[in-house]
Design a protein around this ligand. Structure first.
Ligand SMILES: O=c1ccn([C@@H]2O[C@H](COP(=O)(O)OP(=O)(O)O[C@H]3O[C@H](CO)[C@@H](O)[C@H](O)[C@H]3O)[C@@H](O)[C@H]2O)c(=O)[nH]1
Ligand SMILES: [Mn+2]
Length: 867
């Protein structure tokens, strides 16, 4: 019977025979309540016996075989101690049933108080009721859904990857429909519990209950009738289930209904309900019925008449499936033989003649009359890996239960073999299950195809395939949708290959909640540390072997530190304030190691002490002082100049013996060479009669020379010299310009008008070293030994012979005329850098600081002026 397109159905699911009573009671409860909707049930035929299918068919409108969807990562199932739900993902097949408009899905452990047909009117695509264990979740025992392939593929993608926080369908579906599900009233999925009951609520809402759902591993039919005797809400609810069961399957006459002929098979799965007649076949043992679905020790059902009939039907459908938690094979054998030892009546000679194949998969075919092995084919590929794996140790109970399930299957199997061995009847089963016919149409008899959305089944083969034309058994039985490409052509209407590719569906998280870290992260491991390698004494540094000859005869370092300075000249240390002001030869050794001469003077660390000259330890030599070529050159220049400038008043450039400090004079003399930076001594310097005013010296310099009064308060009160303009009247710029003009004019006259030679010939103002502009960019660069050219060749200053001479001598002993310039500004100390600019090179038109005291007339100037 095909379902008309767009039909509404209640649908349930049966994965194992043991849930048969639940499925039947559910269907009856709906029918009894007068539903107008059809009833459907999805079944996994590899684990459902034909008798059970028959029972279903008696109540359900549609029995729809579906492929099992196993969770290959069932670890989470063990978290909730329900490893039996390994195939709960099979529920996903609901979304594939697009022949239905709307499905109200109900677990097999649901019983309806009334027929909630109004659920089909819900417009939402997916609805469910809250779960009692975690009400933010919905329970997947009652769902209103709209089949569609989009959700189906998405759910399949998750199922294939085992994406489910509880390892079963509830975890998976809650993850998928997290934000889109429509919440149903709890009254559609009341989940009673024996341990906890919200009794007041139950009392209050009792009358509004639509459906009840017996969640948990214990179900009413596994607990037995006597469990519902009490008067607690839970007992009352369980009693509702039993009421439906009794209405349809109770055998014993009750006051309300006479004894009815009911299938033994149903009772077989209900605790306390199965009472096989004694001495049937003469030796059928009577045993205590099962204690629970998961723990009961199933017996061989007594082959009563109804059962026998069912088994005939089962000939074509005979199969069984080993649950994945099946014990290893040898254990299974042991179980099997034990079982037979205690039930001789079911001993099967065929079985002995054909010992079980490794995986115990047998398919019974009409034309063979013997069990055939189809181990590879019957085994769904994804089950093979785990097939022989024992379950985890802590689930041995579950493990044993599964054994019993299998024992049941196997015993059924034996029974079928037995009954079949005495019959060669090949007529189609009288009770061929009426299923959606399109689902099981076989086109060529060799293989089975399902219409899209349908799994091929062996029922199809049983119903449509001519047995004699059927050749390889393994090619026919294909109730699992796996196609053996090595032996079969592809199914004619199979989809393109790419259709079978695994699909990965990722969704961006739409959860707007910001990440909240756990209150406390686990403590970091304490045994993680890095052991610092033990420090090994560094190998003694060895001086590399000398390569160059001078390395062997290296001069001893002669660096001089301030505090260890030998007391060379205490009187000069106070006067030599400017390192660049002139040379300060200390020793030949010192000047031979110019690097050390760069060492900076140390600042006196004790304030209040008379400041020692910080420059005393600073070199006064120039880098070129010891280059003989330069010395010779300088000598030659000086000689030349002497010859050229012989004349009254013209000074000679320093000769040996000139000292910047008296302490150095001796060593200076020893050197015997002229230096560019030499400075004329007082004797070599003729006096100039003009000076603007007494030059005040900072007290820093002390009053070394008697009579000059510099540094003395009295010196400031000295009367101005007669005939000398007052300081305030002195315009240095004008005077300098005037001097410059006179100088150039007069000198040109003296030299016969050859202006081009004038500077070179007469230059006492740094002409020995021509004043050249520095290369671009290096104007401010200073060599440590740099000496301003202007300062090296400055002319003696015109001073008064007496006091002024001493004063000037004192000043000049600093070796720098710019100290003179600065001395006009009493607040300036001479420790400032000496070089302030072009100095007296004003004749070249360069700018110079206007605040400076102009340079005093040079020798030439004086000559000119005196002339
Ligand atoms: O051996 C089995 C196990 C399950 N089922 C079917 O699968 C359903 C779910 O199993 P059930 O034992 O009813 O699970 P619950 O105890 O109800 O556990 C909860 O968790 C399950 C796994 O997520 C959900 O499927 C249920 O809806 C939810 O109520 C059953 O009703 C049956 O329809 C079988 O047919 N045979
Ligand atoms: Mn359930």
């Amino acid at each position: 019977m095909a379902a008309p397109e767009g039909e509404d159905v209640y649908a349930s699911l049966l994965l194992t025979d043991a849930y048969l009573p639940g499925a039947l009671v559910l269907a009856h409860s709906l029918r009894d309540a007068g539903t107008t909707k059809k009833l459907a049930i999805l079944v996994t035929l590899d684990t459902i016996s034909a008798e059970v299918v028959t029972q279903l068919k008696a109540v359900y409108d549609y029995v729809i075989p579906v492929g099992r969807i196993r969770n290959e990562k069932p670890a989470n199932l063990y978290l909730m101690n329900r490893p039996d739900l390994h195939s709960a993902f099979t529920k996903v097949n609901l979304w594939k049933q697009t022949q239905f408009r709307k499905i109200v899905y109900l677990d097999a452990d649901v019983v309806a108080y009334r027929a909630p047909d109004e659920l089909f009117d819900i417009p939402h695509a997916f609805s469910a009721a809250p779960d009692i264990g975690w009400p933010d979740l919905f329970n997947t025992g009652v769902m209103v859904l709209t089949p569609n392939m989009g959700d189906y593929y998405a759910l399949m993608a998750m199922a294939e990857r085992g994406i489910s926080f509880d390892g079963a369908d509830q975890g998976l579906l809650n993850m998928h429909f997290k934000h889109t599900y429509h919440r149903l009233s709890f009254t559609y999925n009341v989940t009673p519990s024996a341990h906890y009951q919200y009794v007041p609520a139950f009392r209050h809402f009792q009358s509004s209950i639509n459906m009840v759902h017996f969640i948990g591993s214990e179900k009413p039919w596994t607990q037995g009738r006597d469990k519902s005797i009490g008067s607690s809400p839970f007992d009352e609810i369980v009693g509702r289930w039993w009421a439906v069961y009794d209405r349809h399957y109770r055998r014993e006459p009750t006051p309300s209904q006479p004894a009815q002929a009911v299938p033994e098979l149903v009772q077989y799965f209900v605790k306390g309900e199965y009472h096989p007649p004694a001495n049937y076949f003469g030796s059928a043992p009577t045993r205590t019925p099962a204690t629970s679905v998961h723990g009961q020790h199933y017996q061989n059902p007594t082959p009563s008449a109804p059962l026998q009939f069912q088994h005939q039907h089962h000939q074509q459908l005979d199969f069984y499936y080993h649950m994945p938690s099946e014990p290893p094979q040898n254990q299974h054998h042991a179980q099997h033989h034990t079982s037979h030892a205690s039930h001789d009546v079911y001993h099967d000679p065929h079985r002995d003649a054909h010992p079980p194949a490794p995986s115990h998969h047998y398919v019974h075919h009409d034309q063979h009359h013997e069990p055939q092995r189809h181990e590879e084919h019957r085994e769904p590929p994804h089950h093979q890996d785990q097939h022989h794996e024992p379950p985890p140790p802590h689930h041995q109970d579950q493990y044993r239960e599964t054994q019993h399930h299998d024992q049941y299957h196997e015993q059924h199997h034996h029974h079928h073999e037995q009954s079949h061995s005495g019959s060669s009847d090949q007529t189609p089963p009288e009770h061929a299950i009426s299923l959606p016919s399109e689902s099981f149409r076989s086109e060529d008899g060799n293989h089975t195809e399902a219409r899209e959305g349908q799994e091929p089944t062996h029922q199809q083969w049983a119903s449509h395939s001519p047995p004699q034309e059927h050749k390889p058994e393994r090619a026919v039985i294909s109730d699992v949708p796996s196609w053996d490409a090595q032996r079969q052509p592809p199914p004619t209407d199979s989809k393109p290959e790419a259709h079978n590719f695994p699909q990965t569906h990722y969704e961006m998280s739409s959860d707007p909640a910001p990440f909240v870290p756990p209150e406390r992260y686990p403590s970091p491991p304490k045994n993680m540390w890095y052991e610092v390698p033990k420090e090994r004494p560094a190998p003694p540094r060895q001086k590399p072997n000398p390569i160059f000859p001078w390395e062997a005869s290296q001069p001893r370092a002669s660096r001089v530190f301030l505090q260890h300075e030998e007391p060379t000249s205490p009187d000069t240390t106070g006067k030599e304030g400017d390192a660049s002001a002139g040379s300060h030869p200390q020793s030949a050794d010192e000047s031979s190691s110019p690097v050390e001469q760069k060492s900076e003077p140390e600042t006196p660390t004790t304030p209040g002490n008379p400041p020692s000259d910080p420059w005393s330890s600073f070199t006064r030599t120039n880098a070129w002082d010891d280059v003989p070529q330069i010395s010779r050159y300088v000598d030659a220049i000086q000689k030349h100049r002497r010859t050229r400038s012989q004349g009254p008043g013209l000074i000679e450039l320093p000769t040996p013996g000139l000292g910047l400090g008296r302490g150095q004079e001796s060593s200076w003399g020893r050197r015997g060479g002229s230096r560019v930076t030499d400075f004329p001594s007082e004797d070599d310097r003729p006096s100039l009669p003009v000076t603007p005013a007494p030059i005040r010296r900072p007290k820093f310099w002390g009053g070394g020379a008697p009579g000059i009064g510099l540094g003395d308060d009295e010196s400031e009160k000295l009367p101005a010299a007669e005939g000398v303009p007052a300081q305030s009247d002195w315009d240095p710029v004008a005077q300098l310009q005037k001097l410059a003009k006179q100088q150039s004019d007069l000198l040109l006259q003296k030299l016969g008008g050859s202006g081009s030679l004038g500077q070179e010939v007469i230059g006492t103002e740094g002409r020995e070293i021509p004043s050249r502009s520095l290369p671009f960019g290096s104007e401010n660069a200073r060599s440590p030994t740099y000496v301003a050219p202007s300062s090296t060749v400055l002319s003696p200053k015109p001073v008064k012979p007496d006091a002024a001479t001493s004063s000037v001598r004192n000043i000049m002993s600093t070796g720098h005329d710019e100290t003179v310039e600065h001395s006009a500004r009493p607040t300036i100390t001479v420790t400032e850098p000496s070089y302030r600019g072009p100095g007296v090179s004003f004749d070249k038109g360069e700018d110079y600081p206007t605040y400076e005291t102009p340079a005093l007339p040079t020798e030439e100037e004086k000559d000119v002026l005196e002339t």
